[in-house]
Design a protein around this ligand. Structure first.
Ligand code: ZN
Length: 675
């Protein structure tokens, strides 16, 4: 076997995978998958063993190979790989869309649900069959033939548009560079960021400093650059990416409109009046009205705090910084100055206490304490020298799962942070397969010989993604369709991740993961206390911004907005008038850079972050009551939430752990928003 993408004997063979392997591997796997469906369809009586498992086998191989390709495309993008990915993408999309409409498979699942044994199946299988029947309906399986063909064409076109949206955004981000010749223009920027900018200029054969829109550089400029005009320039470059105000090659305007039209057409084919209804059919929230009411309720509760905080920020900018007019491009900078003034520390100071090894040691120690599994370094083929590999073992020494950790930002790597699963826990023919995940971040790489130093915000991101990873890795479900995150409602998926973030505000946890890069000392309690005091500084402004984005997404996909005639930017302006506490510049093109909704899976689903935050804050409330490092509570959280995967509704798992339905109070309390 020469194609490494066809080798399923173990971990991905990253050192052997080349762009030219993509097309032939996917061709073989898709053909095998189709042959498996043909063979199944010829059988008379479907059973779990003879119908679901062979189908899972075929689709698992397609997903595993394609998962490796899409991961590499995201983290090691090259023209050749991008071409190979984009060439195969419509075929893979078509393959899954076809199954979603296959009347023979649909009949098979209906027969399984009608069989006498259905009621007594274990929850992991029972729920999977129910989810399949729902997805068949949402996948167009019940449509007449001509509408089915149209439905399939819509899926393909949408997948291509999503991919182009993401490529445009990446290209527009990478194309931007601002070369600075005068060191004074960089006044205020931390030394590490200045050094990195000099390294990047040198790499381009230039003298001076190179500023980019890559997250570490962009964030540093927005937060620290004293030069008002420089902040505005970088902010504007970022806020106009992939829009009509930038290079026309990467303008996402037409893609957005087309996607909204196609989504509405899809919804109508399925008998819904809006795409929001399609989105919610498989989520925990009941309907669009329930979500809008939830967001409007949050807005009402939070807005008074946000108005108070923005007013204090304006006053501070005017009185202390001589900034008469607080612009959107000033908010991060003024907040940082306000934090330094009020709480007398900077992120840069705090960062010296969070070198990579100490942070990982603290995180892994926490996981061991709460969930009884040890995380240790292990070896595997890696796709880049910066990537690390770890395994989780339980108390008996048995392997629980493994993960790749890709921490640093670099060129040709998609921005943001995410967890992608690649192998699922599954028992097949008596053999247990353990899960594997990719955890990807975009933190500052080490400068010179020193270790990587993380801001507290970056530590939070790491904990967040690790929460997703644990949901995938600590599952005890052994059927593919409900193992780990599979089958979990979208709006509950962020529960374990946001839950993990709470620990970075706990002294015992933070003390154990700090070691000053020069002195080796732990973070002083007084500095931690100031960090904590500053935690909610202007958090209401972030909070209300998230509510605004969620409401925009929901209205954009609801019955009130007609994509053929509606104006996306005008809708955003309407939502802002209602919710936002500060004005955005005219040039802001936020929708053009909103991959969650136009290249992710969050269309009419962005509210999920806040929805799940209610769940995660309330779950953490149980730890606050028992002691945050309480191993018994950790064990119960693992058993009732993390281990269950999609084998039962997320609400049932929550209630089993908490003993009652979720309440909103803990979230507001954690954000310092209680009367
Ligand atoms: Zn997340």
């Amino acid at each position: 076997m020469t194609n490494p993408l066809l080798d399923f004997s173990g971990l991905p063979r990253f050192s052997a995978i080349r762009p030219e392997h993509v097309e032939p591997a996917m061709q073989v796997l898709l053909a095998e998958g189709r042959a498996a469906v043909e063979a199944l369809s010829a059988r008379a009586e479907p059973t779990w063993e003879a119908f679901v498992e062979p189908l899972d086998d075929a689709n698992e191989r397609v997903s595993r190979a394609w998962g490796q390709v899409s991961h590499l495309n995201a983290v090691l993008n090259s023209p050749a790989l991008r071409d190979a990915y984009n060439a195969a993408l419509p075929k893979v999309t078509q393959y899954f869309a076809e199954q979603g409409q296959d009347p023979r498979l649909h009949a098979g699942f209906k027969a399984l649900a009608a069989a006498p044994g259905f009621a007594s199946l274990p929850p992991s299988r029972h729920r999977y069959i129910e989810n399949q029947l729902r997805d068949f309906r949402l996948g167009g399986a019940e449509l007449p033939p001509d509408e089915k063909a149209r439905f399939l064409a819509i899926q393909e076109e949408l997948a291509g548009l999503s991919s182009r949206f993401q490529d445009n955004l990446l290209d527009a981000t990478n194309a931007f560079a601002l070369y600075i010749k005068d060191r004074n223009a960089l006044s205020g920027l931390p030394q590490d960021d200045v050094a990195r900018a000099a390294e990047e200029a040198a790499r381009d054969g230039r003298t001076g400093w190179k500023l980019t829109l890559q997250p570490p550089c962009y964030t540093a400029v927005m937060q620290y650059a004293d030069h008002h005009g420089l902040r505005e320039d970088i902010y504007r470059a970022n806020a106009t990416r992939a829009s009509g105000l930038g290079d026309p090659r990467w303008n996402n305007d037409a893609l957005i409109r087309r996607m909204l039209e196609l989504r509405l057409e899809e919804a109508r084919l399925l008998g819904y009046s809006s795409y929001a209804e399609v989105s919610l059919a498989s989520k925990m929230a009941a309907d669009p009205a329930a979500v809008i009411a939830f967001l409007e309720d949050l807005s009402r509760r939070v807005r008074p705090y946000a108005e108070r905080d923005i007013e204090a920020l304006r006053r501070f900018a005017r009185e202390e910084l001589n900034l008469a007019d607080l612009r959107a491009s000033d908010i991060a900078y003024v907040t940082e100055k306000q934090r330094q003034r009020r709480h007398a520390f900077s992120d840069e100071e705090v960062k010296r206490y969070f070198p990579e090894e100490a942070v990982l040691g603290g995180l892994f120690g926490l996981i061991e304490r709460l969930y009884g599994v040890t995380v240790r370094a292990a070896s595997a083929e890696l796709y880049h020298p910066d990537v690390r590999f770890f395994e989780l073992v339980d108390r008996s020494g048995a392997l629980v799962g493994q993960f790749y950790l890709d921490l640093y930002a670099r060129e040709h790597k998609r921005g943001g942070a995410w967890m992608q699963n690649t192998i699922h826990r599954r028992r097949r023919a008596g053999r247990l397969q353990t899960p594997v995940a990719f955890l990807t971040c975009n933190f500052s790489a080490p400068v010179g010989d020193g270790p990587a130093l993380f801001t507290h915000r970056e530590v939070r991101t790491l904990f967040h993604e690790c929460g997703h990873g644990l949901h995938h890795l600590l599952t005890r479900i052994e059927d593919l369709g409900t193992s780990g995150i599979n089958g979990v409602e979208w709006d509950a998926v962020e529960l374990p991740s946001q839950f993990m973030e709470n620990f970075i505000w706990e002294w015992d946890v933070v003390a154990a993961m700090t070691r000053h890069v020069e002195t080796g000392e732990r973070i002083p309690r007084s500095l931690f206390d100031r960090l904590l005091a500053a935690k909610n500084l202007n958090s209401s402004i972030q909070f209300i911004r998230q509510v605004e984005i969620a409401l925009f997404d929901m209205r954009l996909h609801s019955a009130g907005f007609d994509p053929a005639t509606g104006d996306v930017l005008a809708l955003l302006a309407d939502v802002r008038r209602e919710v936002a506490v500060y004005r955005m510049p005219e040039y802001d093109r936020f929708p053009n850079q909103f991959p969650h909704v136009f290249a992710g899976g969050y269309a009419a689903g962005y509210y999920s972050y806040k929805w799940a935050e209610v769940l995660s804050a309330d779950a953490f409330g149980a730890f606050e009551q028992a002691g945050v490092l309480d191993a018994r509570t950790g064990e119960r959280f693992r058993d009732e939430v993390l281990a269950r995967g999609g084998s039962r509704p997320a609400l049932d798992s929550f209630v089993a752990f908490r003993g009652r339905p979720p309440q909103i109070d803990a979230l507001l309390r954690h954000n310092g928003m209680t009367a």
